[in-house]
Write a protein that binds this ligand. Structure first.
Ligand SMILES: [Ca+2]
Ligand SMILES: [Ca+2]
Ligand SMILES: [Ca+2]
Length: 387
């Protein structure tokens, strides 16, 4: 008996739907990424030995861009930023605590001093509370070096005025604080941070449990962020994605180039050449801290990024001046670097003995130029003091 046309049509539709579902399932399966250095990206927790990168690797959190997935050809380990994604999103309850979820800083009380981001505006407590991320693993018997990588999303301290602190097993991690307080992710985009664990932090690695907390308990800023995954490498062999950083070191007061300054990124240290220029290559991709030391000046740290296969040529860095007397000239140009978090008093004196504050400048990581004249008939001396 021939089935009626309508039933035939329904049957054909059912077959098509089943084929489509099967196709979608196949695409999903084939889209699953497995690499020798990271294993199966969709696993929520991974421990591996003798990868191409290190003797031991542990990861908490799947590598899935908070569940949004990666665009074609994008590699999260390259050091590049992702494109923007939507927010908020539905959390996967299977994801490890602290990963793939929006976390709004705990000092936020609804009255942000400098505005707020979408993470803060479109989510509420307690669902968006900060959660620490815990990485548990069985560590190898001998640990000589360790590297922590995190894929971070939507950190915007320069925009909203947040001031993050980072702890690892309760210990402050200044290098990571430098990075997360400097990056402006201009919204919901992600990028990897690469941190060398040394000293006290390295000794925590042997405990087999690392608890990472990132929060701001002081500013009340309207800033929320997210972490895709945290990855630990112990006793590395070689990084799969490396790049270089170069820049120039200048004096904070005179702006002249400084030869012989010591610049340090990750586990490498170089000195600047006669033109004050340094280059460090073979660095693991990701956001990093750069520090500079010059005798007679205070060390300074800033953030930079390393992108696989490229050289980031603009990482210029100026050490801090400390308390200094600038000059005893008449009618001169005061030119100095005003670092964030410092106050600068511009003072004058008729005799280099008694100084009077004429102007105060609050540093915002910028170069300041002031022209100061003589005192007419009376000669005036000028100085800048960093407080
Ligand atoms: Ca996930
Ligand atoms: Ca944010
Ligand atoms: Ca994830």
């Amino acid at each position: 008996m021939t089935p009626p046309a309508k039933s035939k049509f329904l049957s054909a539709m059912k077959t098509t739907a089943a084929t489509l579902l099967l196709l979608l399932f196949t695409i999903r399966l084939s889209a699953q990424t497995v690499t020798p250095e990271d294993g199966n990206w969709s696993l929520k927790h991974v421990e591996m030995s003798n990868t191409p990168e290190a003797a031991f690797m542990a990861r908490t959190g799947d590598i899935d861009n908070l569940g949004f997935g990666w665009s074609a050809g994008f590699n999260p380990f390259s050091g590049n930023s992702t494109s923007s994604h939507t927010w908020p999103w539905t959390m996967d309850p299977a994801d490890p605590d602290g990963t793939d979820r929006i976390m709004v800083i705990s000092s936020f009380r609804g009255n942000p001093p400098s505005g707020d981001d979408g993470n803060t505006r479109d989510t509420s407590r307690p669902a968006n509370s900060v959660r620490p991320i815990v990485l548990e693993y069985t560590p190898p018997a001998t640990i000589t070096n360790a590297c922590l990588q995190m894929f971070v999303d939507d950190f915007q301290a320069p925009v909203w005025g947040s001031l993050y602190y980072v702890t690892l097993n309760g210990l402050r991690v200044p290098a990571l604080e430098t990075v997360v307080n400097a990056i402006n992710q201009t919204g919901p985009i992600g990028r990897m941070v690469t941190l060398r664990l040394e000293g006290d932090l390295l000794s925590q690695v042997s405990t087999g449990r690392l608890e990472i907390r990132i929060d701001d308990d002081s500013t009340g800023a309207g800033d929320g962020y997210a972490i895709d995954f945290v990855k630990l490498l112990i006793n590395r062999s070689s990084f799969q994605h490396t790049g270089a950083v170069s820049g120039r070191v200048r004096h904070p007061v005179t702006s002249q180039v400084i030869p012989g300054a010591i610049v340090r990124i990750y586990d490498q240290e170089v000195t600047t050449d006669a033109q004050g220029i340094y280059t460090i290559s073979g660095l693991p991709a990701g956001l990093h801290q750069v520090s500079v030391s010059v005798p007679g000046l205070r060390s300074r740290t800033i953030a930079t990024h390393v992108i696989s296969g490229t050289t980031n040529t603009n990482t210029n860095i100026t050490p801090l001046a400390g308390t200094f007397t600038l000059t005893n000239q008449i009618a001169m140009e005061l030119n100095f670097h005003a670092a964030s978090g410092f106050r600068y008093d511009i003072e004058s004196s008729p005799d280099m003995q008694t100084w009077t504050v004429q102007e105060t400048i609050y540093g915002n990581d910028r170069q300041v130029t002031k022209f100061k004249g003589s005192g007419g008939a009376q000669q005036l001396f000028w100085r800048v003091r960093e407080r």
